[in-house]
Design a protein around this ligand. Sequence first.
Ligand code: SIN
Ligand code: MN
Length: 271
Amino acid sequence: MELTPEQVKQFDRDGFLLFPNLFSGEEVDILRQETDRISQIRSEMVVREGETEAVKIMFRLHETDGETASPAFRAAAHTPRILRAAQQCLHDDDVYMHHSKLNMKAAIEGSAWMWHQDFHAWHLDGIAEPNMATMTVVLTEATPLNGCMYVLPGSHREGRSDPRRDESTAYKLWVAKTPDMKEYMKKYPEPVPIVGGAGTAALFHCNLLHASGHNLSAEDRWQIFFCFNQCKNRPANVENPRPDYVRSRNWTPLTVSAEDGIVTAGRELAA
Ligand code: SIN
Ligand code: MN
């Protein structure tokens, strides 16, 4: 897949692109089997929450080594649909993955993500330029009831806001302050929900404000996130760097594979 020049312009203008049904049912099935497998692992890379210790986040699925490594998610990250789109929107063919994560947002218990910009944490990781983008793919249908993600169109142009630390969920993060967020909501168009059947995807800029609500439904909302950075924008050394699973030290440029990578990986996993 190659984005059109209009799509790249749209990304620059709105800070995101939507791709309904980007991945097939067969591909989604393979990725869902891998999600099931990895969610059984006890590791610091698998963050749990709530009464049933449901998985909230699983990190580092894209590498070849480590407890949470998944050949199928690694293959997904290298497909043109994901990697080529990221290269085009970052206007650079030399990109690496800052991290990958899968948010499982469990039925009933899965908690909200307050409005935030990803780049604040990444800047603290030592990254200078806000020229990063995330491709996310929903692996179960995403709806307002199950806590789909929302993006605030054009808000990446705001630059980095002055956030506050939110410790109300099992994963602490930097979020937009409430008075600021009220102003942004007046200033920018209505938030856009990332809804759709499994396989639907979105690519969004690292300064785009986004959020999602609690999962009030009886079904999990599974969603993978691949966060890309330009190799030349790799982090500078910082004191007490975060672990490799959130601040990767693998700065080798990624190479685009064939589109059928997930299906091939699925066959190998089944063999
Ligand atoms: C995130 O912004 O990192 C997660 C959002 C979500 O899973 O809805
Ligand atoms: Mn985020």
